[in-house]
Design a protein around this ligand. Sequence first.
Ligand code: NDP
Length: 493
Amino acid sequence: MSGAIEDHVDLFIGGQSVPGARNDRRPVLNPATNAPLATTAVGSADDAHHAMEVADRAYRESGWAADDGARRAKALYRLARSLEEQSEAFALLETLNMGKTLKESRGDIGYVVRTLEYVAGLADKIEGETIPVPGSRLDYTLREPLGVTVHIAPWNYPLLLAVRSVAPALAAGNAVVLKPASLTPLTALKFARLAKESGVPDGILNVVVGSGSEVGEALVVDPRCRSVSFTGSADVGRRIAALAAERIIPLTLELGGKSPVLVCPDADLDRAAKGIAFGIFGNAGQMCWAGSRLIVAESVRDELVRKVSALAEGYRLGPGVEATSDMGPLVSSDQVERVLGFVQDARDQGARVVVGGARSDDPALSAGNFVRPTVVADVPVESRVVRDEVFGPVLSVLSFGSIDEGVRIANDTRYGLFAALWTKDLATGLSMARQLEAGMVSVNEAPNTFPQTPFTGYKESGVGFEQGRDAIYAYTRRKNVMINLGGGKPRKA
Ligand code: NDP
């Protein structure tokens, strides 16, 4: 066990740490060594229903929903300040549990702080409108919280992606039950305790660790669940959508991507190469927004592939806690097998592995889940590595003759989360940005996003919006109120 963290952490329900109905414990591993880092309590369906009951009571009785939004804003600002003060401890915990480098974890925690500040600023600006209607009437709308909202988070940005949906739900006055991924629950549990210290009432933020198939599904089917937000794989997203349809509750799904990075002949190739490497090797490629398909103009393909491959070879692999590491391990040994399976499949299809394509050969890293940055060229467009989400540091190279062909290849995917394009010509950039079937487009930089910009996908990348103003509205419902003022004869229209 590491001295930097607690040896054991319980579930967090009703403002208290609780062991769970089965009193079950499970080790959480450090992906850099696969050694146990701590244990957590493992919740059951009973714990899920208990958390929903507690959240429902807190929603109705704590005053959180009824309070002036400014009071919620104050608690969320306090939480942002406390998190900022403890950011090093949170970043270290994230790195030890998930594997990413400390630099990346620090970036994640900073993003969470900004997210809290952004939604805190909106908490007292959730406004209705007055609508002119005929006759002697007053018509207005109210935006009300939904009640208890369920949030199911993945392991690739454990705290960031959890808080991305939890924070706007809290700002809007809801009570929340969060289920983090079993692989990476530690920062979410620590965060919930900090929220209590910052003034979020007991029962308003609950965290239940446990398997998705048991705890996750129990939360969604619980009759008190008024909406569900899920980030993860498309298959589980489909399952959750089916459960939500049975219950007729709204949902937000963020299901990953196969994002294209288009490089035109006139692009600044040095800048593009750095952006491409950052967009696929950052977080060891475990990003829904990873730019995993490089689609480059034939005339500059060889030069660009050389530049990106040179950058890939320069990445220093190592435990995320070491300052010299540019890339940490993958989250689990299963994920290593999965990623290398894609590379082997590409080889079998006749692709050329330009660089990487294997575990690290450094004996000092042999116990951990280290996979070298990989560039795969001459890939058949129908191969799995081009069509499916790899979720690892693997870049597939495709090429185009004309811009129209490039756009067609970019859009030839069932996903549509991000697209990036590199060109010095503004007219080409504007035209391609319109044609690309993606919820978010970056021009002349790697896929990028901020708490105030909408995060959304086309096609199988998801449903609904995270971030920005849309996110807070997603956790409210609109009510229309019409008052007959009694003066004169009411008329219909
Ligand atoms: P999952 O989709 O299985 O896991 C994401 C979250 O959903 C976890 O909290 C998980 O819980 C939970 N979950 C799993 N099954 C259910 C269920 N039936 N009902 C409710 N919740 C459920 O992703 P994996 O961890 O298996 O990763 C597999 C692949 O998914 C990755 O390689 C990547 O391609 C994609 N992915 C995409 C992400 C994104 O950001 N869009 C994030 C993570 C993965 P638990 O794990 O505790 O059982």
